[in-house]
Structure formats: C-alpha cells, structure tokens
Design a protein around this ligand. Sequence first.
Ligand SMILES: Cc1cc2nc3c(=O)[nH]c(=O)nc-3n(C[C@H](O)[C@H](O)[C@H](O)COP(=O)(O)OP(=O)(O)OC[C@H]3O[C@@H](n4cnc5c(N)ncnc54)[C@H](O)[C@@H]3O)c2cc1C
Length: 255
Amino acid sequence: MICELVSKSLLRSGLFDYMVDCKEIAESAKPGQFIHVLCGADTFLRRPISICDTVQNRFVRFIFEVRGKGTHNLANAKAGETLDILGPLGNGFNVSFKNDIPDGDIVLLGGGIGVFPLLKLAKSLPKKPVVMLGFRDEATAVMTDEFASVSDSVFVASDDGSVGCKGFVTDILKSRIAAGNKIDRVYTCGPKPMMRIAAELCEENGIGCFISMEERMGCGVGACVTCTCTMKDGSRRRVCKEGPVFNGAEVDFDG
Ligand SMILES: Cc1cc2nc3c(=O)[nH]c(=O)nc-3n(C[C@H](O)[C@H](O)[C@H](O)COP(=O)(O)OP(=O)(O)OC[C@H]3O[C@@H](n4cnc5c(N)ncnc54)[C@H](O)[C@@H]3O)c2cc1C
C-alpha cells in the first residue's frame, strides 16, 4: 500500500509516533499484527513495526525507535509524504475466551518498545485489562496515561525506580499472583528475558500466556525463513507468519 503520513510526532528523543492513512490495513488489522515498511531506497529490506492502534477504520498508528539505518531513514519522512507499507502481517493476539467475559484479570505486560502493540490489544479485549509496564527509567517511560485510559489499572516498574516501583515489571505479576489475584490470561511483548519469566510464571500457575516474539526479519511474509524461533517440540516457526504471537508455553527460550 502507498499510504500518506498524516501526522508525525516525537514522543521522546529518538521515538516517533506516526499515523498513516491506510483504510485497507486499518479495516482488517488485528491486535498484535505488524506492518512491513520500506525505509528508503538504500535499505533493500523492509522493517517490521507493530500496529499500535487503528483509528476510524482508516488510519494506522505505529511508534518506532530509531535503531539503525532503516528507522533513521523512516524518521526523516515528512507529514504529507507517502510510505510504502505491506500489511497487516502475521498472526496477532487471540482475544477470545471460553467464557465470553473471563472472571479473572486479563494482564498486559509490556517492556520498553514492546508496549506499543498492547494499546490496540487493550481496546480489543472483552473487559478492561490490568496493565503492567516496564521501562529503563522515567525518561524512557511512555504512554502510561494512554494505557490508563483503556485499562482497569496500570502498574509501572523501572530499573532505577525513577518511575513506578523499582525492579522488573515481572515482579509486579509475581506479587499479584502471590497475593491471590485471579488471572485468566497474560499477554506480553518486550525483551525476551521478561517474556520468558512471564511465560514460566504463567505455566507454574496454570495461566494462559501469549507472547509476541521479535526476530530479525527478511521478507515478512514467510518465504525467506530468516526469522524462525524454536518451539519446545523442536520445530521451528516463522515469527512473520506463524507469529509474531505464540503460545508462551510452547516457545523454547533457549532454542
Ligand atoms: C514483529 C516485529 C514488530 C516490531 N515492532 C516494533 C515497534 O512497534 N517499534 C519499534 O521501535 N521497533 C519494532 N520492531 C523492531 C524494529 O523492526 C527494528 O528496530 C528495526 O527493524 C531496526 O531497523 P534499522 O534499520 O533501524 O536497524 P538495523 O541497522 O537493522 O539494526 C540496528 C540495531 O537494531 C537491532 N535490531 C534490528 N532489528 C531488530 C529486531 N527485529 N529485533 C531486535 N533487534 C533488532 C540490531 O541488532 C541492531 O543493533 C519490531 C520488530 C518485529 C520483528
């Protein structure tokens, strides 16, 4: 799709919030899916970015951090210019439950740039989730107010304690489980060590867990098999096609 960049803002240094006009993607996007963005003529491969939100079935919002050449080029796009975008791609979060509305909490656990796909997810669930967000420090903490507006409650943790409580965001999940809070399902996206702890906690406590994996990606549509991750049964699955969302109990984090 060739989509107009209708708005662009800087959330913090090196972190850009983009909205593109793309009815076709907005209408069919599911939470957890991603777009594959062409980032200038000198970067041959597209770059995968999660769909953060969709607005009025017409606009697609995505937020990205400048890491290398591709995202640097993307950050130079100006409002009114067009972007070449493939999407929506991948297998998103499963938002259906056995009981239409689950009794226990639905927890969204995000870390760093992994928080972005959780916004659309929060809006797509049968009830407001409990959101747990982890950041390095206050300077890198983003979207806490936006999450507050779509959730039952928001807990924040940071490595240095400059925002929220000091420690890992998974400590919040651990203490809520220990306190006897009933949790039906955990959805998580962020650094692998964080998702691994979440998946293990969920498995030990009989809680369903969906995780969104991030791997270096080539084609984004399942053909090049660059982005595979290993499952506990020894099989390899493509993050771009069978993922990025997987059942946390099935992923082999040592694979
Ligand atoms: C499904 C999916 C969804 C994503 N969603 C987002 C998002 O919403 N917002 C966001 O900011 N980023 C997201 N990313 C990561 C983003 O795709 C990379 O940061 C981007 O491709 C880097 O490209 P570059 O050319 O700027 O950097 P490169 O020059 O390619 O790399 C620069 C640095 O980034 C690291 N890097 C590059 N790609 C990845 C990757 N896929 N995983 C981990 N590290 C990587 C490299 O190790 C290197 O150190 C997502 C990745 C995937 C697979």
